[in-house]
Write a protein that binds this ligand. Structure first.
Ligand code: IMP
Length: 858
């Protein structure tokens, strides 16, 4: 407690100094002033970007002063870092300028809280967003290098698992581009998502120590350190005014240090900050051990506390009930709210105005502990009443749900939660007590409803339901696609929807067109620019104008040439990363890249691959187009079925790629270690995008949008945002197959068709399943893949693979036919790109800003 007090005091000092203190002063480069600082007009001139000599000089200066290296003897690694520092200067300059103006205008701020930010690399994105390609190209030439080479020196910031984390990164890009006053808040993991390699067909995980040599994009801000409490007990008492009060005492303290990464908007001078917390031991030693003479143990226990921010949990769409995960969640939320409060307190005294100044978006339930934490701060620290505190919370928080699968909904055992956060448990009980009174009043005598809506799940292990907490404590609950939101209100959250219909809304996900077209597919972006200008980069609806060129033979030809070029580049990557595997850039590139998960049905794709293989072997005269089927994606290390699927893909690939009978007809590649940077090379090369989850399981998907924006046609189910992609591109420009969500739902209940019937009635299906079962891909071993065969044949297969298989195969045949007519295919490809406007994350963010955050966007 004392420590907290001291921190508040020192914060108050920082606050008063804040306006006048230049924060980048800490990064002073010593006695030799950087050329940029000598320039008249300072950084402005440098980053107008037309002064090549100045750029070159600044880079060389950073090589010397930040790297301690001789600029005349620098390698690419040094140049990469020096260039990053140069750009970082520009970003910091703009950020400080922007912050001052925000303070002057007393603007409301948005805080986007997310356990994951899957950023990828920053260099190219910064160069393009700052509009500095051309002068940099010139400056780097004089230094004997180029951007592409320097970019490859950068490690991906892979602080996320998949869609949820990448969405957060796209959102920050859009928020910056649209000039919205905002912060992203998360955790600076020392180890991001693990590195995947494939050994004998199996996934092997190794740690991703991306910070080993430090990141030039990060500012460590040791003066923003907050204490975070854990454990201890609650001390309750009656205050002087006779009110019941509680205080959280005897806690262990871990410090949270701010590490900032700046995110530039697209050519608009707006920069936002992503503040990631890193755990640091508090200064004091454990006095008991220390006094007992065990100095080393005392130090060790302090070091232990730093494990909180060591590693990202590698499970996607599966809830983790582990203590360390809960510690991570509270750690980043507690530090964030202290920072938010500090900022709010600079200019405000009362809390009634808090929701007019602060909007907090919870990316999934991972940061939902923010709700009881803000209650605690308002009640225990600020001495506010329960009613006011609760009103502030509900008006401040908004919650985004990302799943339809009950097993992905987070719960925490009450016992574990209570021992780590006893005061929060108390607050949650009180929130629940008051809420259930409301429910009982509204639905008298309806015990079942009370049980279902309670924050506490009763049972042998009592659990806290974080989604229920997030819903009750937020004024907005959004799904991430239209279908997802509809299903949420009809099933998972139906009770809550009936009680608070006005809180529920859909915000279909989007992707940033800067990274996912302008940066990753520069040739295509240039071609589009030639025809319709570049305004689409910030107004993606402008791509519509491309429709006018869909029938232009010359344009189609150039479109195809660019796709072919991208495929050649990917072929080179495959050769390098898949043991020399050669693939033909003239074949149809059929690609499924995403986390490996049963509901995403990579296995269904494999069944089609086996079908194609059998077809080509049986029909050497076949006129079907040659295909290269490409997979990439990570399986959670503890997810055995997903790992077995990885093994099957690699085993099938091994057999097919060695079989001379299908040489030139079919190739299968599993590219290891999927991540953002790899996605940026894979997606522009795709002809066909596989989005084949069981309808009603994928909340939105954003890979589907990235592929379509780069001219791939989609084969998919009516799931997630595929439904809206079909609406936009037109049913004739997308390949839809399989059951609808409603059909899936009723089929699971009535079981009108069983997998065994399909197997017995359809010889094609039988041949595929038999091949796996009889060991055709496991050297005759019938046991290895038996669990997968059993899944396929089970009446209770929740993902209904065999029930969708026939429709999938028919649809794939159609894909092959249309691909044979390159003109027709190219036209569809152009129309897909032209009609992707809706899926810009700029549109999504505008909706969040206007409909949830109460922020006007110019
Ligand atoms: P924070 O909002 O206190 O985290 O500070 C972020 C940045 O905003 C600082 O680095 C300053 O550049 C700027 N800033 C902070 N406080 C003030 C203020 O009171 N007036 C104007 N600018 C401020």
């Amino acid at each position: 407690m004392q420590e907290q007090h001291m921190a508040r005091e020192s914060k108050a000092k920082t606050a008063t100094k804040g306006g006048s203190r230049p924060e980048s002063g800490g990064k002073s480069t010593g006695k030799t002033p950087a050329p940029s600082q000598q320039a008249p007009g300072g950084y402005d001139i440098l980053f107008k970007g037309d002064n090549i000599e100045l750029l070159r000089g600044t880079i060389r200066h950073h090589i010397m002063s930040f790297q301690g290296r001789d600029p005349d003897r620098a390698g690419n690694e040094d140049s990469y870092r020096a260039l990053s520092y140069t750009l970082r200067d520009a970003l910091m300059y703009k950020w400080i300028k922007g912050q001052k103006s925000l303070y002057a205008q007393a603007r409301k701020r948005v805080y986007y809280l997310s356990m994951e930010f899957l950023v990828g690399r920053s260099l190219t994105n910064a160069v393009i967003n700052l509009g500095m390609q051309e002068p940099l190209h010139q400056a780097l030439k004089t230094l004997g290098t180029d951007l592409e080479e320097l970019q490859s020196c950068e490690e991906d910031a892979a602080l996320g698992n998949g869609g949820l984390g990448r969405l957060a990164a796209c959102f920050l890009d859009s928020i910056a581009t649209m000039g919205i006053p905002a912060y992203g808040y998360g955790i600076l993991y020392d180890y991001g998502i693990f590195h995947q390699s494939i050994v004998d067909g199996c996934q092997v995980e190794t740690p991703d120590s991306w910070l080993r040599t430090g990141s030039p994009w990060l500012y460590e801000r040791s003066h923003f350190m907050y204490p975070v409490q854990f454990g201890g007990r609650v001390h309750s008492y009656i205050d002087q005014e006779g009110r019941y009060r509680s205080r959280w005492v005897d806690t262990n303290i871990v410090m949270a240090m701010a590490c900032d990464m700046l995110v530039p908007g697209f050519r608009n001078d707006h920069v936002i900050n992503m503040r990631l917390w890193r755990a640091k031991a508090s200064r004091e030693l454990d006095l008991e051990s220390f006094n007992a003479g065990d100095y080393v143990s005392a130090v060790e226990s302090k070091v232990q506390s730093e494990t909180i921010s060591k590693v990202l949990y590698p499970s996607d769409d599966i809830a983790e009930g582990q203590l360390l995960r809960l510690r991570q969640q509270y750690f980043f939320v507690a530090a964030t709210l202290q920072d938010v409060m500090r900022r709010y307190r600079k200019t405000n005294v009362h809390f009634e105005d808090f929701p007019n100044q602060v909007a907090i978006q919870l990316n999934d339930t991972h940061p939902a502990i923010a709700i009881p934490e803000l209650m605690r701060l308002l009640l225990d620290v600020e001495g506010q009443s329960w009613e006011l505190a609760w009103d502030v919370c509900v008006k401040t928080f908004a919650y985004t749900n990302h799943t339809l699968m009950p097993e992905a909904l987070e719960t925490w055992s009450v016992d574990m939660f209570g021992s780590l956060l006893p005061r929060h448990l108390e607050i949650i009980y009180e929130i629940n007590r008051r809420f259930l009174l409301e429910v009982a009043e509204r639905y008298p005598g309806n015990l079942r409803r009370i049980q279902e809506m309670s924050l506490i799940e009763e049972g042998p292990v009592r659990k806290i339901r974080m989604a229920n907490l997030a819903i009750i404590g937020s004024h907005s609950i959004n799904g991430v696609a239209e279908l997802h939101t509809k299903l949420l209100t009809e099933h998972l959250f139906r009770n809550f929807y009936e009680m608070y219909p006005e809180r529920f809304n859909a915000k279909t996900n989007g992707i940033t067109p800067r990274r996912w077209l302008l940066c990753c597919n520069q040739e295509l972006a240039r071609l589009i620019g030639e025809k319709i200008g570049m305004d689409w980069a910030t107004d993606l609806d402008k791509l519509r104008a491309l429709e006018a060129f869909a029938d232009d033979p010359e344009f189609r030809q150039r479109w195809r040439e660019i796709k072919r070029l991208n495929k050649e580049k990917l072929a080179a990557i495959i050769k390098k990363r898949c043991n020399g595997l050669e693939v033909d850039p003239d074949s149809l590139f059929d690609i499924q890249v995403k986390r490996i998960h049963q509901y995403k049905r990579q296995l269904l794709n494999v069944l089609h691959v086996i079908r194609l293989y059998q077809h080509f072997v049986a029909h050497p005269e076949s006129t079907r187009p040659a295909r290269t089927v490409i997979f990439a994606g990570k399986a959670a290390p503890s997810y055995q079925r997903a790992k077995l699927i990885v093994r099957l893909i690699n085993s099938v690939a091994g057999v097919i790629n060695r079989d001379p009978r299908v040489a030139g007809r079919l190739r299968v590649a599993f590219i290891p270690n999927y991540g953002v940077s790899l996605a940026e090379r894979i997606i522009p090369a795709a002809d066909l995008s596989e989005q084949i989850s069981t309808a009603g399981t994928e909340a939105s998907g954003t890979g589907n949008m990235k592929f379509a924006l780069n001219g791939a046609l989609t084969i998919g189910t009516l799931d997630g945002a595929n439904v809206e992609i079909r609406q936009e591109v037109g049913a004739e420009n997308i390949f839809i197959f399989g059951m609808t969500a409603q059909e899936v739902e009723s089929e699971k209940r009535i079981k009108s068709r069983k997998p065994i019937q399909i197997y017995e009635q359809n010889p094609t299906v039988r041949a595929i399943v038999d091949a796996i079962a009889q060991g055709a891909f496991s050297d005759g071993d019938r046991e290895l893949f038996r669990p997968l065969v059993d899944d396929l044949m089970s009446e209770n297969d929740p993902y209904l693979l065999l029930l969708d298989l026939e429709s999938y195969l028919t649809c794939q045949d159609m894909v092959g036919e249309i691909y044979g007519d390159q003109d027709a295919w190219t036209k569809k490809s152009i129309l897909n790109v032209a009609r992707m406007g809706k899926f810009s994350s700029d549109r999504t963010i505008r909706q969040y800003a206007e409909e949830i955050w109460g922020i006007r966007v110019e």
